[in-house]
Write a protein that binds this ligand. Structure first.
Ligand code: ADP
Ligand code: MG
Length: 245
């Protein structure tokens, strides 16, 4: 870019210091942009799920201001605290998780979004190859690991302890955002034995914010609204903004 800047500098008679500052600022901004682009590519977020498209009025138990504070990151990612999202299917857990991930990346953090079963499968393979420790260490570069649908870990996957190893390895160092249909009740099926389940839950909740999204399926509500036709208020709309707009 420097010839363009030089031409402008010559034309407008910039002092040398101003010319240097201008090209340096440009380079720094460009590096920031490329870094965020790289972080977005590695994060595997759900496409199109943003906080802008998330209807907070559909989940009145969640404060938008609190979510916005969470997207700054510093208050929790620096100490490896966790975020747990619970609620029935269709309630917006994956959407909200991915959207929080996106906002954190835009604020300079590194995030990985993965279905829990996919990651468990990868870690199991690594363990078989005696490379589990290495695989866990590689995940350290992510300030936040989003594990979507924890309770969907299958029976044969639950017979290994890789998920527990992951939780232990990140405890008080690196954050996790976990979504699940059931708060803890079903987790006995996810870990090899009750003692390990207890130990995993204990570590996860020690420093955690918990959102219980006990709302009806967003898709189903939308379908019901469509069926009922226009002009009727959305049943869940607790504020002036209707989700349907
Ligand atoms: P969950 O992960 O809890 O099963 P999802 O996040 O997959 O639910 O949500 C199901 C669908 O409904 C997705 O397409 C999602 O974008 C949409 N959705 C859910 N809740 C909301 C919301 N509050 N605002 C906008 N879209 C939503
Ligand atoms: Mg989901």
């Amino acid at each position: 870019m420097w010839p363009q800047f030089a031409e402008q500098a010559d034309k407008e008679g910039w002092p040398a210091a101003r010319f240097l500052a201008a090209i340096t600022e440009h380079e720094l901004a460009e590096r920031d942009r490329r870094r965020i682009e790289r972080h977005l590519a590695e994060a595997r977020l759900l496409p199109g799920k943003t906080l802008d498209t998330f209807a907070f009025e559909a989940v009145p138990m969640i404060s938008k201001a609190q979510v916005m504070a969470i997207t700054a990151g510093d208050s929790w990612l620096e100490k490896g605290a966790n975020l747990l999202l619970f609620g029935p299917p269709g309630g917006g857990k994956s959407h909200l998780a991915s959207a929080i991930g996106l906002a954190l990346i835009e604020n300079g953090w590194r995030v990985l979004f993965t279905r829990t079963t996919d990651l468990v499968q990868k870690l199991q393979t690594a363990r078989r190859d005696l490379a589990l420790e290495n695989a866990l260490a590689k995940l350290d570069k992510f300030h936040l690991l989003i594990l979507d649908d924890l309770a969907y870990v299958t029976k044969d996957q639950a017979e290994t302890s890789v998920l527990f190893e992951l939780i232990s390895a990140r405890y008080e160092r690196r954050s996790m955002l976990i979504t699940a249909n059931q708060p803890f009740g079903e987790w006995g099926k996810v870990f090899p034995d009750p003692a390990m389940t207890l130990a995993a839950v204990d570590r996860l909740v020690h420093h955690a914010t918990i959102f219980e999204m006990n709302v009806e399926s967003y898709r189903r509500r939308e379908a019901m609204e469509r069926k009922r036709g226009p002009g009727r208020p959305a049943s869940y709309a607790t504020s002036a903004n209707s989700v349907a707009d």
